[in-house]
Ligand binder design. Structure first.
Ligand code: FEO
Length: 390
């Protein structure tokens, strides 16, 4: 427990041992699950925490007041790392009233599997605690549809849940405030995984923050921000810029005997004739970060694989894992590959690419074994026609 401002307490939990958050997000310093108690004439708990740390949350609150003193819980976002311990409060205090967006309250019904007193926190809505007033701002897709920000004018403080947060657990028990390069590296990594798919929502979120008089930002992971707020916002500014070059076509392939490679070069040659910038990548010989950046920045793709055991080869599927089903949606994609007898690779890659939301060209460019001069001429024409439509 730590008093951040008069009447405002940190009551969350530290998780320094965590190595990977939510199955896919690495963290070198663990994380924190921040929750805040705000005591006016009425008492509000803002966020709870992961269920694994329910006992820490309870202990921290009880250093200030019994759980039965809590009048309101504000759920700015309901992913279970912030709502998992809510049942602990409800068990002790079933009369508490939960404020959240309409989607948040719907989520909570399915997370808690019980009835609860609830009020929809509408855009611009307020909750008077007596001495402190909370004002709600809709912030959808930051990073779930349920997300809101909660602002306390008297404290010039905004509670943003995941937004402007960081999987960073400071080494000291009271280390809620950090200012070092490791924090900034984790901030960027956190942004990439959590907010990377939602740049337009990020820009709206930043405009809300900048419209408020703020001296304290209370996210639900990592340091509370009292200084360097604009510096963190600038990281979000930079990372939410659209980096797509609509005239860039990237050709990714693997090739066992050079046949699919020859197809890649012919398609690329045709696309260049159409005036596009074309980059060709043999997947296994290219560093993963280079491939990931190429996927992110390209306006269109070509994916090639020979067929082995009735499927495309794993490196191409791994490459496709870099395609964002949100950000890269509707980018044009062309599929190609050489085969020996059955040739399922192209169809399977096309299905995966379509599942990611790419606009897959209806012609699958398949060649049996080695492409002939006639095949290569057709591929050049096809590459040109595809590029002209991009
Ligand atoms: Fe930290 Fe989206 O939960």
């Amino acid at each position: 427990m730590q008093e951040l401002r008069k009447g405002l307490y940190f009551v969350g939990a530290r998780d320094p041992e965590l190595k990977v958050f939510d199955v896919i997000v690495p963290t070198d310093t663990g994380t924190t699950y921040n929750a805040y108690l705000l005591r006016g004439e009425k008492t509000a708990l803002i966020e709870t925490c992961h269920d694994r740390f329910a006992a820490d949350l309870e202990k921290n609150i009880e250093e200030i007041c019994p759980l039965s003193d809590i009048d309101y819980i504000i759920a700015d976002h309901t992913e279970p790392d912030h709502s998992g311990a809510l049942h602990t409060i409800l068990d002790a205090n079933p009369d508490v009233t939960v404020y959240g967006s309409a989607p948040a309250l719907k989520n909570l019904k399915n997370i808690l599997n019980r009835d609860l007193n609830s009020v929809v926190a509408k855009q611009g809505g307020e909750l008077d605690l007596g001495g402190f007033t909370l004002k709600f701002f809709s912030a959808p897709n930051l990073h779930w549809p349920d997300s809101i920000f909660t602002y306390c004018e008297e404290l010039r403080c905004v509670f943003t849940c995941d937004f402007l947060g960081c999987h960073y657990c400071a080494e000291t028990d009271d280390g809620l405030i950090a200012d070092d390069s490791r924090y900034l590296a984790e901030l960027e990594r956190y942004y990439t995984y959590i907010f990377g798919p939602f740049p337009a929502a990020v820009k709206k979120g930043l405009s809300i923050i900048r419209s408020l008089d703020v001296s304290l930002i209370c996210p639900s992971h990592g340091p509370v921000l009292t200084k360097g707020i604009e510096r963190v916002c600038e990281v979000y500014d930079r990372m939410s810029e659209d980096k797509t070059d609509k005239d860039l076509i990237s050709v990714f392939y693997v090739s066992a005997y050079g046949y699919t490679a020859a197809m890649a070069e012919a398609l690329a040659e045709g696309a260049r004739e159409a005036g596009k910038n074309v980059s060709v990548y043999e997947i296994t010989g290219t560093e993963k970060s280079v491939l990931a950046k190429a996927v992110q920045t390209s306006g269109a793709y070509m994916f090639g694989s020979p067929t082995l055991n009735r499927d495309a080869l794993p490196p191409v599927y791994d490459l496709l894992n870099n395609v964002s089903a949100v950000l890269d949606r509707n980018k044009p994609a062309l599929i190609f590959g050489s085969f020996g007898w059955s040739g399922e690779a192209c169809g399977n890659l096309a299905a995966r690419a379509a599942g990611l939301g790419l606009a897959v060209d209806e012609e699958l460019c398949k060649v049996c074994f080695k492409p002939s001069e006639e095949d290569l001429a057709h591929l050049r024409e096809k590459g040109k026609a595809f590029a002209e439509k991009v």
